[in-house]
Every structure is written in structure tokens, then in C-alpha cells.
Design a binder for this molecule. Structure first.
Ligand code: KIV
Length: 257
């Protein structure tokens, strides 16, 4: 039996929520036991597809990866990202895209980026019975509007706007909000004013949960953002192992049974 959205909501104030991304069945199998929720993030555009941003990721690709993650896991709540342009254009597009992630991808909930401007979409998806998570602060789908992946909401005015966005999303019915790359004191303030859990990434220790990207946790990317915390350096070890294999073949020392 998988973790449910109600069980996750009940953790506010008692037990921090553990979230990691995964993008296929093997990765899902690695993280499933340890986490409460697996996010099939549109970060897959960058860490799996090698794109420069998350913008090119399509809804069909998100469905494909979500299905793989569902097949490789048994326990964790399955959250899938709504990719760029699957929800911004209209309420109808948002409900259909979210519905496809549930019907065809077998996700249990969806996440979208933005504050007040996506409230009509959130209300319609929630009315359709779909658990929805918000995402504020550094919202990678808006990279071209901001021009960098740096910290967001650093001044008082931007911080107040972010708090207003968080309250508007909560009022619209989101179950949780991801806070990415914002000042830690602001994340603590948002976590305090909301009745729903916040999930932080680069947002300090006072969020109600934390999320990390699979490739950052295990050292699979050469580049990792400043807020990434690396628990293993698998990428380097794999490159060294590959060099050993190549050297053995070239020196004719390679033996296979
Ligand atoms: O796409 C993603 O992996 C995300 C996390 C960084 C929160 O949205």
C-alpha cells in the first residue's frame, strides 16, 4: 500500500517529509524504501536528457518516466511534475494534463510552478479530485524571465509577494508547497503561516520536509547546484571503473566467462 496524501499532510508539525526525485524503475527502487514521496521532476530534462533547461520536456515524456517509476516502487507517494506549457495556457489544459499524469502515468498527484497566476488551474484540478502541489521561489520553467538559477525573493517586497502567493495556493487547495532556493528565514516564515507542509530545496532546515535530486544525492552529475547535498560520488567511481574495463580490453587482459 502506497503512502497517501492524507498521511503526508498529517506529518506537518510531527515528522519531516523525505522526498527524492527518480526518473526510471531502477532509480525508484533505490529511493523507495527511504522516502515518503518520489518526485518525477521535470529536472529530468537536464539530468537525464542533457537539455539546458526543463522547458523542452513534454507531457508524453513525463508520463513515460512516471510509469517507469511506478513500476520500480511499491511504497512511496508518486508525484509528477506538470511540464512547461501543459498548464499555463488554460484551466482546461491543466486539468487534462494532470488527468493524463494520473490516468496514463499512474501518478497520485501533480506539481506545478507559480503563485496567484495559477490559482484557477489549481482550483479546477483539486475540484477534479487531483492532489496538487505548488512550487515557489526558484521556478525553473521561468528561467528565461529571470535569467539565472540564483536565490529568489531576497528583498522584503519579493518576500512579501511570495508569502501572498503561498497563502493564495493554500486557499486554492494545494496539499503542499515546494520552496526552492529562497532565504532560509523566509522559508521558515512561510512554513509557520501555512497549515499545509512545505518541502524545501535550498530553503533551510525549517521546512516541513526536504527534497533532493537523485543525481545530486549520488554524485552522478559533474555540475551540482549549491544547495545540492552529495552523499556518494558514484559518477567518479563509475568513470574510474569504465577506464579499468577499457584498459583491460586494450591490453588484452579482459577475460569474460
Ligand atoms: O524538477 C524537479 O526535480 C523539481 C525539484 C527540484 C523540486 O521540481
Amino acid at each position: 500500500m502506497r503512502v497517501t496524501i492524507r498521511e503526508l499532510l498529517a506529518k506537518k508539525g510531527s515528522s519531516p517529509i523525505v522526498v527524492a526525485t527518480a526518473y526510471d524503475a531502477w532509480m525508484a527502487g533505490i529511493v523507495d524504501e527511504a522516502v515518503d514521496m518520489i518526485l518525477i521532476g521535470d529536472s529530468l530534462g537536464m539530468v537525464v536528457q542533457g537539455q539546458e533547461s526543463t522547458i523542452p520536456v513534454t507531457l508524453d515524456e513525463m508520463i513515460y518516466h512516471t510509469r517507469m517509476v511506478v513500476r520500480g516502487s511499491k511504497k512511496a507517494f508518486i508525484l509528477a511534475d506538470l511540464p512547461f506549457l501543459s498548464y499555463q495556457s488554460s484551466v482546461r489544459d491543466a486539468v487534462i494534463a494532470a488527468g493524463r499524469l494520473l490516468k496514463e502515468g499512474y501518478a497520485q498527484g501533480v506539481k506545478l510552478e507559480g503563485g496567484k497566476r495559477v490559482v484557477p488551474q489549481v482550483e479546477a484540478m483539486v475540484a477534479a479530485g487531483i492532489p496538487v502541489l505548488g512550487h515557489l521561489g526558484l521556478t525553473p520553467q521561468s528561467i528565461h524571465a529571470f535569467g539565472s538559477y540564483g536565490k529568489r525573493a531576497k528583498n522584503q517586497e519579493a518576500a512579501n509577494l511570495l508569502v501572498e502567493d503561498a497563502l493564495a495556493l493554500e486557499q486554492a487547495g494545494v496539499s503542499m508547497i515546494v520552496l526552492e532556493n529562497i532565504p532560509h528565514a523566509l522559508a521558515a516564515r512561510v512554513s509557520k503561516v501555512l497549515a499545509i507542509p512545505t518541502i524545501g530545496i535550498g530553503a533551510g532546515a525549517d521546512c516541513d520536509g526536504q527534497v533532493q535530486v537523485f543525481h545530486d544525492l549520488f554524485g552522478f552529475s559533474d555540475f551540482a547546484p549549491r544547495h545540492a547535498v552529495r552523499y556518494l560520488d558514484c559518477g567518479q567511481e563509475m568513470k574510474q571503473a569504465m577506464q579499468k574495463f577499457a584498459a583491460a580490453v586494450r591490453s588484452r587482459d579482459f577475460i569474460s566467462k
